[in-house]
Ligand binder design. Structure first.
Ligand code: SIN
Length: 526
């Protein structure tokens, strides 16, 4: 794996400087920038498309917080740890469930309008939660509401500048200290350097490495890839969460049908019209996600079609429309009525538990480099994230970074970086390369894995090594290279872990093993 994606010499490039640099504009990035602005007056947020082109914006179900009358952080802690299948960092979970309460209250003070019933916050339930503790907004548009509030908060803040269409190409490191980033400005079509004492990765996950995913096109693993190439440790890369219920309609893009639809009573039916989930788990449709996913895949394998049905037809149609307006509207466009039609669904890649290894203050093994949100892995989700804990994670651990960086940001280093010798990329077709990669990951590194399939995938990665000798001369090729790097890391870790646990299922090692109750950490030799 090469160190850089393009040829450059930082001395020849336009350079800008700030005190606190955030990469990414979802909940984790924007909340970090907002918090940092209390201590630094030149905070910059770089985002590769528009400020609202994020996975946060698409989040439906909600944000978990133990604010309900019969709930407590201790119960939320327990549910999170059980879902994490033995790999949660307990200190991180403790911080998540406790700090989370005041962070969510702060969001409300900033203007987030969560749904209420009789004037009180209305909580829904999702898989593996023992209480109704999921806050939602506009029914099923929770992420859009949070994105709206944080975008407007950050835009109105004179201490924060947001630069859109800035793609992060690589991190700039000298003597173990991150002194800035190399970016590609997709408006001026030029490479630029940003120097900063603090660099925060908040670039999200990597769902696009799979053909079937709930993630938007922008989610291409950029943060994990740039950090790994720069020498950061990455952890738990094998743990990918697949969402059980994603619209599976020929010709239509994959579209999430929120777990809250099952939380409100939706049921899953197989090709015979039989409700099957209770055969697999006493919690039925609200069993942990990995169990629902594998149960659906088994039912699909035993049928002659590639989906099962989600049905809400037995529920009050007025309530269904009110709770799920976005989903109802979207399905209407395909001629489906959520209140009475069976909805074809199948699993798709949804969330990365793994990522850049951090401590509970978002600190990485590289000084000045921090990570939070889905790009980071501090073990808070263990091997399997509890539903609706991800928005909370973005809020809580973004704030943690600021606490640390205030006292530990390194002095600025006058660094220089040069990369040369990468070949002309002429003839590389990014779309075709991405398609091949996604198909490979879907086939061999999906929700059910075999050692032989993982080895076959690794052989293909070796064949693709030649692509790494070429310059990634366009944003499309840069995204492809990042996806390739991340896909290879997932596959390597998945082959190493000879057991099944949480989101990682090896059909050739279907049981969990005590000796594998540990993390896999990968690091490039630099
Ligand atoms: C959903 O609405 O089902 C997604 C919730 C999550 O992944 O946390």
């Amino acid at each position: 794996m090469g160190r850089y994606l393009v040829n450059f010499d930082t001395r020849e490039l336009e350079a800008a400087e700030c005190a606190f640099l955030v990469l990414g504009s979802g909940i984790a990035g924007l909340y970090t920038a907002h918090t940092a602005s209390s201590f630094w007056n030149d905070v910059v947020v770089l985002t590769k498309r528009g400020i609202d082109d994020t996975a946060t914006e698409r989040a439906q179900g909600g944000i978990a917080a133990a604010l309900g009358p019969s709930d407590s952080p201790a119960l939320h802690y327990e549910d999170t740890v059980v879902a994490g299948a033995g790999l949660c960092d307990l200190e991180a979970v403790r911080i998540l469930v406790n700090e989370g309460l005041s962070r969510v209250e702060e969001l409300i003070r900033l203007g987030a309008r969560f749904d209420r019933a009789d004037g009180r916050l209305d909580f829904t339930r999702e898989g593996a939660h023992t209480r109704r503790r999921i806050l939602h907004a506009a029914g099923d548009a929770t992420g859009a509401e949070i994105q709206r509030v944080l975008s407007s908060t950050v835009r109105a803040n004179p201490r924060i500048s947001v630069l859109e269409n800035h793609f992060v190409v690589d991190l700039l490191i000298e003597n173990g200290v991150c002194w800035g980033v190399l970016t590609y400005d997709n408006t001026s079509k030029k490479l630029k350097v940003f120097r900063s004492r603090v660099v925060v990765l908040a670039t999200g996950g990597a769902g696009q490495v799979y053909r079937d995913t709930t993630n938007p096109k922008v989610v291409t693993g950029d943060g994990i890839a740039v950090a790994y190439r720069a020498g950061a440790e990455v952890m738990d890369m094998e743990f990918v969460q697949f969402h059980p219920t994603v619209l599976a309609l020929k010709g239509a893009p994959r579209f999430l049908i929120s777990e809250a639809a099952r939380g409100e009573g939706g049921i899953l039916l197989n090709a015979e019209g039989e409700r099957f989930m209770l055969r697999y788990h006493p919690l039925g449709e609200l069993a942990p996600r990995d169990i629902v996913v594998r149960s659906i895949l088994k039912e699909i394998a035993e049928s002659d079609r590639d989906f099962v049905h989600l049905s809400l037809a037995h529920l009050d149609p007025v309530r269904v429309r009110e709770r799920f307006p976005t989903i109802s509207q979207r399905l209407k466009g395909y001629g489906l009525d959520l209140t009475c039609d069976p909805i074809p669904v199948a699993p798709a890649a949804h969330y990365f538990m793994g990522g850049v290894k951090t401590g509970v203050f978002g600190e990485t093994n590289i000084k000045g480099l921090y990570a939070c949100g889905e790009v980071a892995c501090l073990g808070v989700h263990g091997a399997n994230r509890l539903a609706s804990n991800s928005l909370l994670d973005g809020l809580v651990f973004g704030g943690q970074i600021v606490k640390h960086a205030r006292f530990h940001a390194p002095q600025s280093v006058p660094g220089r970086a040069v990369s040369e010798g990468l070949e002309d990329p002429g003839g590389l077709d990014a779309d075709a390369l991405v398609g091949e990669l996604q198909a490979l990951m879907q086939e061999y590194v999906g929700a059910v894995r075999f050692g032989t399939g993982l080895e076959a995938a690794l052989r293909r990665f070796e064949e693709w090594e030649r692509v790494r000798r070429k310059e990634a001369a366009s944003p499309e090729l840069m995204e492809y290279r990042n996806m390739l790097d991340v896909a290879e890391l997932i596959t390597e870790a998945a082959l190493m872990r000879r057991e099944s646990r949480g989101g990682h299922y090896r059909a050739d090692f279907p049981e969990s093993r005590e000796r594998w109750k540990r993390h896999i950490i990968l690091k490039r030799q630099v």
